[in-house]
Structures are given as structure tokens and as C-alpha cells.
Design a binder for this molecule. Structure first.
Ligand SMILES: Nc1nc2c(ncn2[C@@H]2O[C@H](COP(=O)(O)OP(=O)(O)OP(=O)(O)O)[C@@H](O)[C@H]2O)c(=O)[nH]1
Ligand SMILES: [Mg+2]
Length: 694
């Protein structure tokens, strides 16, 4: 009952934020009769933006799937987010399709995320088509957009349409292959004569299309050069082959919200885009032989499926969206998750229509489906037959670039926060969280500050936990640069038994990364053996709490070299206190300093502003380590203190007009310059006093 694989088309719809991807998907679903009214993003009624956050923000947050049947074909449309911080989800969506529709706005042309998704599509070697959408807007310009496509995207990009009418008068297109115009009135299409004023434009662009078709094949090119033209049938065959193989990228016209262009796109998907069979075997690791292996897109092959999206909802629970890459996946099957070692029961499997599901008995190769309630399977995992274990390449997600600390607004909500964050991270693998024992803060990390803010809002709306977002505390450390010695003595006589402990301590620096060392140089029992561990404990506790400003002490050696005791009054506690008192004094005499974490930073920027990027990094006490100009983009490598990089994201965005990106990771600790250290110490002390008052 599974669908004929040759009749399946899996298509990823990608592009910059807000260009009309979701609207276009809706228009196709409506055009194919899969939904009976045309939903709108603006009133939250589209099929693929159904999450409450999506409806509120009027943007897509999750990659979602809907299907339609058109001219005997099953088309799975994978609608992806275009907003920059969420673009990794679009990449995950492209992993499971055979072709991409790249949507661009007819006013803005190619934008930052257009370039990104173009790269993703190239990474997966996907044939693609471009839709110039929103042609009905003021200042929309098809040919200017075409020019920006040619300039900024690699590929043989050629229009197969030219628009009829402009801006609010945009009403259809001329098909350059058939040379027929289609115009729309009240949502109804009708064939029309080519408007006379378009005749020259049509001629010019048809010529270019014929040329592009001819260039896909040497024999055809010779024929074209000799005869000056091609037969229509020849041209069509060449175009089809060119598009399927990704040698030609066709450009179409659309105004999704008016239903213009959706039929032409559906036709192109059916006729020109490849089926899962055309894409051939999938590669991965055969876990029996531990070697690279392949699985054929064949109904009889062993089952492998790739989870490319997880949806999580407090009411519905967890839904795993997957693509069957090989074999036939039957409802109730039990599959192995080789990455996690567990088995999963595929209780109910279904086709996905936005938030709605249509239960099925089996899914064949190339099909996309959904399964609820998997126990321990995450986005990127493979599910396979236990007897034929096989792992597909994982879907990877970028490491988070920014950290915030979060604090519950209501005391005692900590557990709720952790479980809400765990659910959110299932849906969005670019969200991470962990408890930092050093700063005692719960940290949440994401791709950018807006991303993290969005996550916080999501926690509130979906999971009903309200949190405060704070910049993370910098995990400074304390150490000494010099050497000092001195006494710590604790003596108390309060009737009855007293307290007596006396220690002489030496403090000196160790190399960076040397940690802590305690040495005992007592000879002749100045401090009895049984009290030496007490001294060490006093020292260690004190170092952990910090001395100068309350940060842990590292890279320091403390030596106990002398002391005295009292037969009756000396005790474990008395020696601990004496050591702690002594250390606090001696440490401050040994030239104490603060250490701060230094990060390795890698910035990708348009080459023309690389100078500004370097200047800005210098002003953040950064050290430039290297720079590689790579054509239009440059990569700048630097190391810079973490404390200076907390606000980097927004500066980078404004310096590069949103076209830059960066990644950052911890490298090592270095001394904080004295004037800054003084400030940090003061602020930390003030904070502590404030906390103690409460
Ligand atoms: N005038 C006009 N507006 C459009 C058209 N297509 C989409 N829009 C509007 O553009 C806005 C964004 O549309 P979406 O479909 O949400 O765009 P998107 O690309 O899915 O956005 P993200 O998923 O957030 O990246 C909405 O207000 C739509 O109504 C169009 O053809 N013409
Ligand atoms: Mg969308």
C-alpha cells in the first residue's frame, strides 16, 4: 500500500525569513486540493505554521511537513524557517529531500539566509528551483532580483517565466518554454495572449533559456550553434535533464498569497524534480562490518529511517518526524536506534499534514512520516532493523555561541525549568543548558541572543515557567604571582577546654594549569601528624571559597613548614581555623591576581568590513591570530577575554549588516589587567554584601 517510489517528490522549501515560504506551501496545498481553503500567515491559519509561538510571531520556528497529491504524484513539502538563528532546522530539512525550492523576495532579492540555504543545498548536492515571490508588492522587480541572483549565487540560473504586470498590477507570467501567458483574475487562471509590450522581453529571455538548455549537452550545443535553434521537444528534454541534475536552476514568478505561481511550481516539481529512486542509494555505516555501506531505495531492502525533526508539546507529547531511506517501515515494527543502543516501537505511523496526521499501515522508501512517543531517540538519529544494523550520517547542528544565566521568577521552579528546557532542546538541538557549579548558575546557550529570548518566551507559553535572563557570571579565578610566608594562630580560652592551633604557611605560585598543591615540611612534630590533614582541609576549604573576591584559587602551592600545639586544647577544628586564618593573610601578601577565561573566536565576515571587525576585536582586548580572505568573505581568528565578548553578537550584527557569523570556545586562563581586576573585585564584593543582606 506504500506509495510508488517513482511518484514521490520530497521538496524542501527554503529561503530568507519572511519571503513567503509558508504562504507558498499553503498555496501549493490549496492548488492541489489538499486543503479546502487558502490559509494565511497573518491570521495564523496556514497548515505548516501551527505552533502557538509561530502564530503569535508570524514566523516559522520549526521545520514541518505537509503533503499533497498532484497529477498522480505524492509531493511532500518540507516548510523550513528562514529566520537566521533557526536556520539549522532548514539544513536538517534539506537532508531528507531530493530537491529544494529557494524562495526569494522580489523587493529584497538575495539576502543573508538565501546565501546560507544555497550553500546547504549545494552541500547535499540538491537540484533546485528559485521562486521570485511577492511580485505584487510595491517596488517588486523581477529583473533586478534576477540580477542579484546571478551575482550572489553560484549556478546556471535562468528564468523559465517572465512576469505579466508589475507591483499591484502583477497578474501572471509568460512560460518561456510554451510561450504562453497565464493570467489570474480572482484567483482563477486563464490562458492569454502574450501582451505586445512583452514580446521583445519574451524573445530575449527565451533565447537565453534555449542557450542554457543547449549547453547541457555537447551534441545539442553543436546542433544549436549550427541551426540557431532547437526543437521544442529537444529543448524540454534537455531542460528536464539539466534541472534534475542540478546543471540548470530555473526561476519562476509568484505571488503566493494571491495563488499565482503555485500551479507552475507543482508542475515543475512533478516533471522536473527527481524522485527518491533517481537520487539512488543512500550511504552510511554498515554496523555489522563497521565499514561504509549503502542501502538501496528499495521496498524490499532492510529498513533505515532518519529522524530529521522532533516536535514536542506538553499536550501531545513527543513526535518524531522521519524519512524512510530504504525498506518498508510497518506500523508496530520494533527498530533499533544504533546511536543510543535502545529499541523503539513504531506504534502508530502516519503521514503528516502540518499538525494533523493520517495513520498508515506502512511507509515505503522515500516516504516521510511521523511516529509519537519514541523513548530515547533524538533528531539526527537513525532507526534500523536490528538484524541489519546500519547508521546514516547524523544530522549535525551548530555549537551554541552565546550563554545566558537564568533564574526562576518563582522560587522552587528549578526542576520545572530543567524539564522544560530538555523538551525545548528536543525540538531545537541548538539549545543547550547546564548547571555551572563554579558560578552556581543555570546556563542556557543558543545561537544568538534573540534565539535565547525566544526560548525563554517558549518556556513561559508552553511550559508555564517564568524565568529571568541574566548575563552569565564570568568564572574568574584567583592566584598569586609572588611568594609569602606567615603565621595563622587560633587560640581561645573560655573556661573549661580551650581551642589552640598554630600554623606557619608558605604560599607560592605554580605554573598556569598547575591546580593546587599542599606540602607538609613539618619535622620533629611541631604540628602532630594527626592534625596535618586538618591543616590541609582548612587550606583547601579556604581556597575553594576564594580569598580576594570569592573566586576559587588555582595554580598555587601552600606549604605548612612550622607550627605549635597544646596537649589539651588542640583539635581538628582549631587547626582548620588556624590554617584558614593564616592562609587568608599570607595569600594577600603574595601578590594576588585574578585570572579570566580567554576564548578562541572565529569570525566570518564580508571582506569589505574585515578591517572594522579587527578594530573592534582589538578594542575588546582581543589578539588577532590570523586572517584568511576567502573571496567575498573573510575569516578572522582571534583570542579575546570572555568578559569582553558577552555583547559581541549585536555588535557583529550591526557591523556586518547581519551578514557576519562567529563561533567561540574556551581556550585558557590569563591574568586580568590590574585596573580591571580592581573593578571586578569591588563589584563582586558589593554583590556579595547585597546577597548577604537578603
Ligand atoms: N504581498 C504579498 N505578501 C506575501 C506574499 N507571500 C507572502 N506574503 C506575506 O509575507 C509575510 C511572510 O510570509 P510567510 O509565508 O510567513 O513567509 P516565510 O518565508 O514562511 O517566513 P519564515 O518562515 O518566518 O521565514 C506574510 O505577511 C505573508 O502574508 C505575496 O506573494 N505577496
Ligand atoms: Mg514560514
Amino acid at each position: 500500500m506504500a506509495i510508488d517510489i517513482g511518484k514521490i517528490r520530497n521538496v524542501g522549501v527554503v529561503g530568507h525569513g519572511g519571503v513567503g515560504k509558508t504562504s507558498l506551501v499553503e498555496a501549493m496545498l490549496f492548488g492541489a486540493g489538499a486543503v479546502n481553503r487558502l490559509g494565511k500567515v497573518d491570521d495564523g491559519s496556514t497548515t505548516t505554521d501551527f505552533d502557538p509561538d509561530e502564530i503569535k510571531r508570524k514566523i516559522s520556528i520549526n521545520t514541518t511537513v505537509a503533503y499533497c497529491d498532484y497529477k498522480g504524484h505524492r509531493i511532500n513539502l518540507v516548510d523550513t524557517p528562514g529566520y537566521g538563528d533557526l536556520i539549522a532546522d532548514a539544513r536538517a530539512g534539506l537532508r531528507v529531500v531530493e530537491a529544494a525550492v529557494v524562495v526569494v523576495d522580489a523587493v529584497a532579492g538575495v539576502q543573508v539566509q538565501t546565501e546560507k540555504v544555497w550553500k546547504f543545498a549545494s552541500e547535499f548536492d540538491l537540484p533546485r528551483a528559485i521562486v521570485v515571490n511577492r511580485l505584487d508588492r510595491e517596488r517588486a522587480d523581477f529583473f533586478r532580483t534576477l540580477e542579484s541572483l546571478g551575482r550572489r549565487l553560484k549556478g546556471r540560473i535562468v528564468p523559465v517565466h517572465v512576469p505579466v504586470g508589475e507591483e499591484s498590477g502583477f497578474r501572471g507570467y509568460v512560460d518561456l518554454v510554451t510561450q504562453k501567458a497565464t493570467v489570474f483574475a480572482d484567483g482563477k487562471a486563464s490562458e492569454a495572449a502574450i501582451p505586445t509590450e512583452l514580446a521583445d522581453t519574451v524573445k530575449e529571455w527565451r533565447e537565453k533559456l534555449v542557450e542554457a538548455a543547449a549547453e547541457t549537452d555537447d551534441d545539442l550545443l553543436t546542433k544549436y550553434l549550427e541551426e540557431g535553434s532547437l526543437a521544442e521537444a529537444e529543448m524540454l528534454t534537455a531542460l528536464r535533464a539539466g534541472i534534475t541534475q542540478g546543471k540548470i536552476v530555473p526561476v519562476l514568478c509568484a505571488a503566493a498569497t494571491k495563488g499565482i505561481g503555485s500551479h507552475a511550481l507543482l508542475d515543475l516539481i512533478v516533471h522536473e524534480f527527481p524522485s527518491p529512486v533517481d537520487r539512488g542509494d543512500v550511504t552510511g555505516t554498515d554496523l555489522k562490518t563497521k565499514q561504509a555501506g549503502v542501502r538501496a531505495p528499495d521496498a524490499k531492502a532492510p529498513v533505515t529511517a532518519l529522524i530529521f525533526k522532533t516536535l514536542s508539546d506538553p499536550h501531545i507529547g513527543k513526535l518524531s518526524v522521519f524519512r524512510v531511506c530504504s525498506g518498508t517501515l510497518k506500523a508496530d515494527a520494533t527498530l533499533l536506534n544504533p546511536a543510543r543502543g535502545g529499541r523503539e516501537r513504531m506504534g502508530h505511523i502516519a503521514w503528516l499534514m502540518g499538525k494533523n496526521q493520517k495513520a498508515v499501515e506502512a511507509l515505503g522508501p522515500g516516504e516521510i512520516g511521523v511516529v509519537p512517543k519514541l523513548k530515547d531517540t533524538q533528531t539526527g538519529d537513525t532507526l534500523c532493523e536490528e538484524a541489519q544494523p546500519f547508521e546514516l550520517p547524523r544530522i549535525t547542528f551548530p555549537e551554541p555561541a552565546i550563554n545566558f544565566a537564568i533564574q526562576p521568577k518563582t522560587r522552587g521552579d528549578e526542576d520545572k525549568i530543567s524539564s522544560a528546557l530538555a523538551r525545548i532542546a528536543e525540538e531545537d538541538p541548538t539549545v543547550h543548558h547546564h548547571f555551572d557549579p563554579e558560578t552556581k548558575q543555570l546556563l542556557i546557550s543558543g545561537v544568538g541572543s534573540m534565539h535565547v529570548e525566544m526560548v525563554v518566551e517558549r518556556m513561559k507559553r508552553k511550559y508555564n515557567v517564568d524565568v529571568l535572563l541574566l548575563p552569565p557570571r564570568i568564572p574568574y579565578k584567583e592566584t598569586v604571582k609572588g611568594r609569602a610566608e606567615g603565621q595563622g594562630k587560633y587560640k581561645k580560652q573560655t573556661g573549661g577546654r580551650g581551642q589552640y592551633g598554630d600554623t606557619w604557611l608558605r604560599v607560592e605560585p605554580l605554573a598556569r594549569g598547575g591546580g593546587f598543591e599542599f606540602a607538609d615540611e613539618i619535622f620533629g612534630g611541631a604540628v602532630p601528624r594527626n592534625f596535618i590533614p586538618s591543616v590541609e582541609k582548612g587550606v583547601r576549604d579556604c581556597l575553594k571559597k576564594g580569598i580576594m573576591a570569592g573566586f576559587p584559587v588555582v595554580d598555587t602551592k601552600v606549604t605548612l613548614y612550622d607550627g605549635s600545639y597544646h596537649d589539651v586544647d588542640s583539635s581538628d577544628m582549631a587547626f582548620q581555623i588556624a590554617a584558614s586564618m593564616g592562609l587568608q593573610k599570607v595569600f594577600m601578601e603574595a601578590h594576588p591576581i585574578l585570572l579570566e577565561p580567554i576564548m578562541n573566536v572565529e569570525v566570518t565576515t564580508p571582506a569589505e568590513v574585515a578591517g572594522d571587525i579587527i578594530g573592534d576585536l582589538n578594542s575588546r582586548r582581543g589578539r588577532i591570530v590570523g586572517m584568511e580572505p576567502a573571496g567575498e568573505t573573510a575569516v578572522v581568528r582571534a583570542s579575546a577575554p570572555m568578559s569582553e565578548m558577552l555583547t559581541y553578537e549585536s555588535s557583529l550584527r550591526s557591523m556586518t549588516g547581519g551578514r557576519g557569523g562567529y563561533s567561540m570556545e574556551f581556550s585558557h586562563y590569563e591574568e586580568v589587567p590590574a585596573f580591571l581586576a580592581e573593578k571586578v573585585v569591588k563589584e563582586t564584593k558589593a554583590e556579595k554584601e547585597k546577597a548577604e543582606k537578603h
